[in-house]
Design a binder for this molecule. Structure first.
Ligand code: SF4
Length: 433
């Protein structure tokens, strides 16, 4: 089989792995070498189905010894199989880099023979790229569950980021769908890499080598088994806290195999659910939300119609309206329609003048959402008398087209008249500017 055929097969086989962003690496180009792992030096592109294809993203082999029900590469599937040699993959990476096609390598693999043998092959590629060809570009190496600690350690010395995919968010379901795997075999490499990374971080000697400078990530398949969003977020929060994961990725299950353990083959990938989980993940990472504030045992699923921040706000009417002149930064961050940057601008700007709606608009606040949750003399008081059940359909309905200048377009008819009366009486900026 020629190299082009191998690339077709193994590039296609890698597309289901979404845990490939390259953020966080600061590897410099070695003297006389090539490539640079600075985050600014990495370009990202996304395929039509939303999967990242920015790096040379390939499997070393798809000839898997395991039989995970949800995977296209499982041994029981009758598909074309291919395996690179380390030399072929090294040459491909270097040639693609020289032609400016890629800025880094994302290398994963099916399990060939046994985990240690597979891991050795992946390390051989990374080691030779770094030590023989002085390649300073970004390298993401998969850690193969079951590989020995010695090999995981070596991988951490050459890779910028490593990932062990948990795939299925419960141990019981994982063992049901992937009989050769269990949580223990996945957590062991994750914990090992997290501990070594902490040790290396604490070592300030300029002579100590870098160990996984861009940290670890993992991926969960959403919708292949019956876990709730609450279970998924609980697991994610644990990964961020205990394993210091840089990212947890969610991949809506794409039915590939007809298997009675899985949803029927005609099931559509749950892309909206995946999207809502990413929004919830964002709230945990950047908006200081705890996972159990977003969901709990009684409310175990995210709302498909509303983003999780709006969902939280509607469940906590006692926290609103928020007075932007006096509220603390953390509370401003929780107002739907206000992002991290606009919350910072509000806190710094209010020291000099009263924050008005016109300022919020310029700061990029989505007033269509925020207006129900902020106290401001420019916002009609009637909006604050609305119950969450009344606000919900207004937010879902969205703003009618061609009426973008009217901030209060979606108020109920009963409230429209007083709002307009107040708007002219108080010379609201939204009405007059
Ligand atoms: S071990 Fe990985 S490649 Fe092999 S069947 Fe399971 S998920 Fe697929």
């Amino acid at each position: 089989m020629d190299i082009r055929d191998k690339l077709n097969i193994l590039g296609d086989a890698a597309k289901y792995d979404v845990s490939c962003s390259s953020s966080g690496s600061k590897r410099n180009s070695p003297k006389g070498g090539m490539g640079c792992g600075h985050s600014s030096g990495i370009c990202h592109t996304w395929s039509a189905d939303g999967r990242c294809i920015s790096l040379l993203k390939v499997l070393f082999s798809n000839a898997c010894k395991y039989d995970c029900a949800y995977c296209v590469n499982r041994r029981s599937n009758d598909i074309p199989r291919a395996t690179f040699t380390p030399k072929e993959l090294i040459n491909l990476t270097l040639e693609f880099y020289r032609r400016n096609y890629i800025e880094g390598l994302f290398l994963s693999s099916a399990v060939i023979g046994n985990p240690d043998y597979t891991m050795e092959l992946l390390i051989k590629v990374a080691k030779e790229l770094r030590l023989v060809h002085h390649f300073g570009g970004y390298i993401h190496l998969k850690a193969i569950p079951g590989a020995s600690s010695r090999l995981l350690f070596e991988a951490g010395l050459y890779a910028d980021r490593s990932s062990v995919n948990i795939e299925i968010p419960s141990d019981k379901q994982l063992q049901y769908l992937a009989p050769e795997k269990n949580f223990a075999s996945i957590y062991r490499p994750m914990n090992f890499l997290a501990e070594r990374k902490l040790e290396y971080k604490a070592d300030k000697s300029k002579y100590s080598p870098k160990f996984l400078p861009a940290g670890q990530s993992t991926q969960m398949i959403v919708g292949a088994s019956g876990e709730t969003d609450f279970q998924i977020l609980t697991l994610s929060a644990g990964f961020y806290k205990q394993q210091q994961m840089k990212r947890v990725y969610f991949s809506g299950y794409v039915p590939i195999n007809a298997d009675k353990r899985l949803p029927v083959i005609t099931t559509k990938p749950p892309l909206l659910r995946e999207h809502r989980l990413y929004q919830a993940d964002w709230l945990m990472r950047f908006y200081k939300f705890e996972y159990n504030e977003i969901l709990d045992e009684k409310n175990p699923f995210l709302d498909p119609d509303l983003d999780p921040k709006v969902m939280w706000a509607l469940r906590h009417p006692e926290c609103f309206p928020v007075d932007l002149q006096t509220a603390d930064y953390e509370m401003i961050l929780r107002v739907p329609g206000i992002g991290v940057r606009s919350a910072q601008l509000i806190v710094s700007g209010r020291r000099y003048s009263k924050i008005r709606l016109e300022h919020l608009k310029k700061m990029g606040v989505v007033l269509k959402r925020a207006k129900y949750f902020i106290y401001d003399s420019d916002v009609p008081r009637e909006l604050h008398k609305l119950y969450p059940e009344m606000i919900r359909p207004l937010l879902i309905a969205g703003k009618p087209k061609n009426d973008q200048l009217d901030l209060f377009d979606s108020m109920p008819a009963a409230l429209h008249a007083p709002a307009k009366a107040q708007s002219s009486a108080n010379a609201l900026p939204i009405a007059n500017n």
